[in-house]
Unconditional design. Structure first.
Length: 207
């Protein structure tokens, strides 16, 4: 079974409308396609806990897809409006990247690797932080030091949950904004169109 998840309900709207899945406790089930659809929550902690609960109740899950949005770092070359797959996600902290704190030695190399399918979409490294990066210098440092092109708030905990259960995972991330002080306003302007675009991609490839 394939499980398709999102942080917020609107990111699954295209799939729900097209597949008309049957509601189940905590998720919806599209029988002919063998797909379960569910919303897990915003931010790495809520999303990870949400997915853990789903995987416990759906032990037959063999593949997880996250459909969501992301910001592109200023010099990444990734443009607003693109959809990307993920080759790896890193858990990062802004204060540590700026030299204001340090990562504990036991937390080094917090990376989860994916196996992106050949869909003709860019395959990128993603940074996952607790908060949205507003500072341009921090965005530049993350991009240069960590070789990340996109920023998202949920993906690392989702990838870790799948890794713990030996479940294949990936994400289709639509770029809604450039990371920085105007990022959230850009996200609000662009997210509806990008959510539809992502939904259509997954509908074509997975359903």
């Amino acid at each position: 079974m394939k499980l398709i998840i999102s942080a917020i309900p609107s990111e699954l709207a295209v799939l729900r409308e097209a597949l008309e899945p049957l509601p189940q406790p905590g998720y919806a089930w599209a029988e002919p396609q063998g797909l379960a659809l569910a919303t897990v929550g915003v931010g790495w902690m809520a999303a990870g806990q949400g997915l853990e609960r789903l995987l416990t109740s759906l032990p037959e899950t063999r593949e997880v897809w996250f459909v969501g949005t992301a910001g592109a770092y200023p010099y990444s070359g990734v443009e607003v409006g693109q959809s990307c797959l993920v080759k790896e996600v890193k858990l990062l902290d802004g204060a540590c990247e700026m030299g204001l704190a340090r990562y504990p030695s036991l937390m080094k190399d917090q990376v989860c690797h994916a196996s992106p399918p050949q869909w003709g979409l860019p395959q990128v490294s993603v940074a996952c932080l607790l908060g949205l990066t507003l500072d341009v210098e921090l965005a530049r440092r993350i991009e240069e030091r960590q070789n990340c092109l996109l920023e998202n708030m949920e993906l690392f905990s989702l990838a870790q949950a799948c890794k713990n259960k030996n479940i294949s995972w990936n994400a289709c991330l639509g770029v809604t904004n450039e990371v920085g002080p105007q990022g959230h306003d850009q996200w609000k302007r662009n997210r509806e169109e990008i959510e539809k675009q992502n939904g259509l991609i997954l509908l074509k490839k997975l359903a």
